[in-house]
Design a protein around this ligand. Sequence first.
Ligand SMILES: [Ca+2]
Length: 152
Amino acid sequence: MRLAAGLLIGCVLAMPARAEVVSIADAVGTSLIVEIAWNDPVDLDIFLTDPPGETVYFANRLAKGGAVMGRESGCAEAAQGDGPYSETIRIPTALSGRYRVSVDFIKDCGNTTLKADLRVVVKSADGTVLGRGKSDVQYRNLNPVAWEFDVK
Ligand SMILES: [Ca+2]
């Protein structure tokens, strides 16, 4: 029993943090920017799945729904100096429904970091913060549901 309980607790602790879904009201049809930011000098990659289910990321840079890759940061940026580092995806005309942010910790860039904490922010075109949250991702893992928000 003790072993089973220990394993259960270990599994729970190892799971990525998962926040509640954030609602962003009166945003359908508006322009949004989704940003992840982190302080560790490592390479994280942002993924954004739109309400129809298409995922925008470095290898699919423009969704039929309009979302498009923005800024990217990798080991070159990590080597240039202190963070925070960030990646963005722009949504020129937000669709109604749920957007899911996934984050991949693809390269440690020569560092020993095994878990990277990150912040997620959704902003309007004028920079107003409409929603924010935080998550984390383990080295060489994809956190498939780092953060979600509903555009209404
Ligand atoms: Ca990256």
